[in-house]
Write a new protein. Structure first.
Length: 322
């Protein structure tokens, strides 16, 4: 399993870029940018080098953790998956590319697409800190137009970018993303009801087009959850000193809530059930909410079933149970 914390060379690169920058200025810019993102404003407020760095310091660790958690779930179900090429759509500062490069040593070709020049400049500077990412291709322009010209890749990632598009644009983008995925498409969105809705819409459209879910779902059927419930997960990550300063936070860790789906061209057999919330582990039994091939169930594992109980006590929110 790949660690959810930023790799050492990326942390070092960010810290080096922070030298000489006012932490208060960076924190102020990060707060404005984060508010704009929460309101669906996208990366339009990121115009300068300082903006890009403030955004990366505030959001890159959590986004990286969510993408790594999603890729870990994918590789757990498909341990033989060894993509040679990556297409990172809406790449920003290159967060998903870093995550994929850490997860798959098989990757040799990296193509990134984004419309924000400040974020591309920062990404290219950060890539210089690791030999694996020296030869990335980062193309600047609108994702939909760039996708039409992009070569297909074994793994396509759309991380925290679908929400930046209008509803009318999402269906066309979904089709374009899938058309470029030789094997697998991973989409990651914030773990909000709106983020989940975008993931479910993409999932349903592509299953209708012949895709198969690899993770997190153990089936290709309709999501069995009923409003106000929604499918999302949580990944804990450690905060660096710079991260805490820019976020204006004292806690040494952060919990990133996210929703995701990994879709592949080949059907995956015997997909395990998935833990949908943190289990209640008591002295008598472990109670866990699971998504199963038959739907959502609350399973209770009694202590007297010693082996099953011991295994269930190790379950965590988001785990596959197989």
């Amino acid at each position: 399993m790949t660690s959810p914390d930023l790799p050492a060379e990326l942390r070092a690169a960010l810290n080096a870029r922070l030298e000489g920058l006012s932490r208060n200025d960076a924190a102020g810019r990060a707060a404005i940018i984060s508010q704009t993102y929460r309101e669906g404003g996208g990366s339009g407020t990121i115009r300068t080098e300082t903006d890009a760095l403030a955004y990366a310091l505030a959001r890159m660790p959590a986004t990286y953790a969510a993408v790594v958690a999603s890729l870990n779930a994918l590789t757990e179900i498909r341990p033989d998956f060894a993509p040679a090429s990556l297409l990172d759509v809406g790449a920003g500062p290159g967060t998903a590319t870093w995550a994929a490069s850490q997860t798959f040593t098989s990757l040799r070709g990296f193509t990134l697409l984004d419309a924000n020049g400040a974020l591309r400049t920062l990404a290219q500077e950060l890539f210089q800190r690791t030999a694996r990412l020296h030869d990335t291709s980062y193309q600047l322009g609108q994702a939909r137009a760039l996708l039409d010209k992009a070569d297909p890749a074994d793994l396509v990632v759309a991380s925290y970018m679908i929400g930046e598009l209008g509803e009318s644009e999402r269906a066309a983008l979904t089709d374009a993303l899938w058309s470029k995925a030789r094997d697998t498409l991973l989409a990651v969105e914030p773990g909000t009801p709106a983020g989940y809705a975008r993931i479910i819409a993409l999932r349903a459209r592509l299953i209708a087009a012949g895709a198969h879910v690899t993770a997190p779902c153990p089936h290709d059927g309709a999501c069995p959850l009923v409003t106000p419930d929604w499918c999302h997960f949580s990944q804990r990550l450690q905060r660096s000193r710079a991260h805490k300063q820019v976020k204006g936070a004292d806690a040494p860790f952060e919990d990133e809530r996210f929703a995701y789906v990994a879709l592949s061209r080949a059907r995956v057999e015997n997909r395990p059930s998935r833990v949908l919330a943190q289990p209640d582990a008591g002295k008598v039994e472990v109670a866990a909410k699971l998504c199963t091939p038959e739907g959502v169930v609350v399973t209770k594992v009694p202590r007297r079933a010693k082996a099953d109980y011991a295994r269930a006590r190790r379950w965590r929110w988001g785990d596959a149970t197989g």
